[in-house]
Design a protein around this ligand. Structure first.
Ligand SMILES: Nc1ncnc2c1ncn2[C@@H]1O[C@H](COP(=O)(O)OP(=O)(O)OP(=O)(O)O)[C@@H](O)[C@H]1O
Length: 361
């Protein structure tokens, strides 16, 4: 089913939010969401993700001076029922004593959409969320994943202009979460609806977002595609929040970064003779046997190993402020206490984006 609505852009302009108790949940915020894109709001607890989403929904209103636009239409003061948004929450918010079909049809009934059309839309939506044949099942007899699919179908039933999802997969167990996430991804792409998705889970953000907005303490820290956020963090906060990051300090010597225990490739912004910092991801660290170490390695002592099933994590003391973390899916094993070496290819050095909090699109 294609969304009947044309995809709409959304613009937040100077949207700040203070609550009556004096909490400043959001600093004045500017944000442009493209028609049909899935934008993920990502950040730690309390950073203002939900408040931003609720302002787009019409469940909160920005402080004076803030404006919310859907396309050309100023919706700043419109309540939720006049905005044409569909919402999905972590806790489903379904009517437990109604059937699946009744839940999905509820909004349509209120809007007095004819029974025939209601039934037809319910069938189409059930098919879309892979719940064919379950229309008469009571909601309290469904699994968590099925409930969340019903909530999604219900949100889409009114053919909203915008779909808003607030931590919709958090209540599901890990395996189910991945399955529903994959379906949701396909669905969002096929519908082409403008969607805003709140999560504190960076894996989810990477998997679902066309772009990700990383938020920190009521402010936008960076906006970018998942690749931009992962490989070119704009600042320390993003670098630390998204995935694990190694950072080591050295001195630029010739075409290498010199550390007490060996060398690494040069960071991109390195200046000869100056101190510089190299940032790299654990999965890009090659762990090698000390007998094979050469001038392009760092030497160290293995202080911890963790077998994680699909990969192994090593913590290696190299005389820097923090141990280097390496993760590899290759089968190879060293014992804690052993001397070891690591190599990092030049292409794996993560660069900081030159300017913070700039829109990249
Ligand atoms: N109704 C309210 N009254 C007062 N303060 C509020 C209210 N709603 C949110 N806050 C505060 O505003 C800040 C941002 O909250 P918000 O719910 O947007 O964060 P969040 O990033 O969604 O966090 P979480 O991931 O924990 O849901 C927090 O400090 C929160 O305590």
């Amino acid at each position: 089913m294609k969304s009947h609505q044309e995809a709409v852009s959304i613009r937040l302009s100077q949207c700040a939010k203070s609550f009556a108790n004096g909490t400043r949940a959001l600093q004045p915020l500017d944000l442009q969401i493209h028609p049909g894109e899935t934008l993920v709001l990502l950040g730690p607890s309390g950073c203002g993700k939900t408040t931003t989403l609720r302002m787009i929904a019409g469940l909160e209103f920005p402080d004076e001076g803030g404006r919310v636009l859907f396309g050309e239409e100023d919706v700043t003061m419109l309540p939720i029922e006049k905005r044409g948004v569909g919402m999905v929450f972590q806790n489903y918010a379904l009517f437990p004593n109604m059937s699946v079909g009744e839940n999905i049809a509820y909004g349509m009934k209120i809007r007095k959409i004819a029974a025939g059309e209601r039934a037809e839309r319910v069938e189409r939506l059930l098919e879309m969320v892979h719940l064919q044949g379950l229309s008469h099942r009571r909601v309290d007899q469904l699994s968590g994943g099925q409930k969340q699919r019903v909530a999604l179908a219900r949100a889409l039933a009114m053919e909203p202009r915008v779909l808003l999802l607030d931590e919709p997969l958090t209540a599901l167990d890990a395996k189910l979460r991945e399955a529903v996430r994959s379906d949701l991804n396909k669905l969002l792409r096929s519908l082409g609806i403008t969607a805003i998705y709140v999560t504190h889970d960076q894996g989810e953000a990477m998997a679902l977002g066309d772009r990700i907005v990383v938020m920190e303490r009521g402010k936008i820290s960076q906006i970018g595609t998942p690749q931009e956020i992962y490989y070119h963090p704009a600042n320390d906060f993003v670098a630390e929040f998204i995935g694990a990051m190694n950072r080591v300090d050295g001195i630029v010597a010739g075409d290498r970064l010199q550390l007490p225990t060996g060398t690494l490739p040069l960071p991109p912004d390195a200046v000869a003779g100056q101190p510089a910092q190299a940032l790299f991801r654990p999965e890009d660290v090659e762990v090698i046997d000390i007998t094979e170490a050469d001038a392009h390695c760092l030497r160290g002592k293995l202080i911890n190993t963790f077998f994680l099933g699909d990969r192994t994590r090593f913590e290696i003391e190299i005389g820097a402020e923090r141990p280097v973390i390496a993760e590899t899916s290759r089968r190879g094993w060293w014992e804690a206490g052993q001397q070891i070496a690591i190599r990092v290819p030049a292409t794996a050095l993560v660069t900081m984006a030159p300017r913070a909090a700039k829109e990249t699109a």
